[in-house]
Design a protein around this ligand. Structure first.
Ligand SMILES: C[S@@+](CC[C@H](N)C(=O)[O-])C[C@H]1O[C@@H](n2cnc3c(N)ncnc32)[C@H](O)[C@@H]1O
Length: 249
């Protein structure tokens, strides 16, 4: 059993690719025509105009891939079942913080593809996000959060070409952790919480207590007093980044 065999059962209910983020990722993939999506999960952000294969460790996630999704093999990032240089680009979206051996996985991405495109969150910034800082500080202590690599660690292995911020739209379609930055009521919903790995790993009592604090602050207006201006923004740069490494041309 892998982590996502347990926490990924309802993934597709809330986790669908956001089209604006998908367009940014597609642009970062440049002219790559053969792409491997490592930790590809249910297939979010896989371009449909190129040859794509997904490598994913969890059967629960593989089973939720749609009929028209790219072919996928059950495998770990740390031991990809592909020959050297089989792909133009190796893509990884919101997955690195779950890997057992980050550097081994990154080296595998380098071995099978001449370029690497990675959508990740910068942990030094995500800790300041109001949801984590004010309501669920326990999230910072989770194994997956402590393992989350920032740019410094990624750059120690990868030949980084550039890094760009990924703005999160006010109506972001993909329910990842900070996606509801301007829609705090959404975080009260157990289905939304189940789609966010950090919530899904919290002890039920910790999760309940933080949720009740947020519910009270929304009812009393305290949340809006502190953060109400967020509701008027159209997008925000919280902590998400897109990194391109290696050679795409
Ligand atoms: C948050 S989900 C992201 C899925 C997909 N990339 C997306 O953007 O929706 C993290 C995925 O990484 C997978 N994963 C975790 N550790 C892995 C590993 N060592 N090798 C391959 N996949 C892994 C999980 O099973 C899960 O499907």
């Amino acid at each position: 059993m892998t982590r996502y065999d347990t926490i990924g059962r309802t993934y597709t209910l809330t986790r669908r690719p956001d089209p604006r983020i998908a367009a940014q990722i597609a642009a970062a993939l440049g002219n790559a025509t053969r792409v491997v999506n490592v930790g590809g999960g249910t297939g979010s952000y896989e371009p449909d105009d190129r040859f794509v294969v997904a490598a994913e460790v969890s059967l629960t996630m593989l089973r939720q891939r749609s009929e028209g999704a790219a072919p996928a093999v059950q495998s770990r990032a740390e031991a990809l079942p592909f020959r050297d240089g089989a792909f133009d680009a190796a893509l990884a979206t919101l997955t690195l913080h779950h890997w057992g051996h980050l550097e081994r996985g990154l080296s595998e991405m380098q071995r099978v593809a001449r370029a690497q495109v990675i959508f990740f969150f910068e942990p030094t910034l995500s800790r300041d996000f109001w949801l984590f800082a004010e309501y669920f500080p326990e999230i910072a202590a989770l194994e997956s959060e402590r393992a989350a690599p920032g740019l410094d660690r990624l750059a120690a292995t990868l030949a980084v070409h550039h890094v760009e911020p990924v703005a999160v739209p006010a109506d972001c379609r993909d329910g990842f952790a900070a996606c509801y930055w301007n829609r705090p009521e959404a975080y009260l919903d157990p289905v939304v919480q189940a789609g966010i790995s950090s919530f899904a790993q919290l002890e039920p009592e910790v999760r309940r207590a933080g949720t009740e604090r947020l519910r009270r602050d929304l009812a009393s207006g305290a949340w809006d007093e502190r953060h109400g201006e967020l509701r008027d923004l159209t997008e925000i740069d919280i902590c998400y980044r897109l990194l391109v490494a290696g050679h795409l041309s």
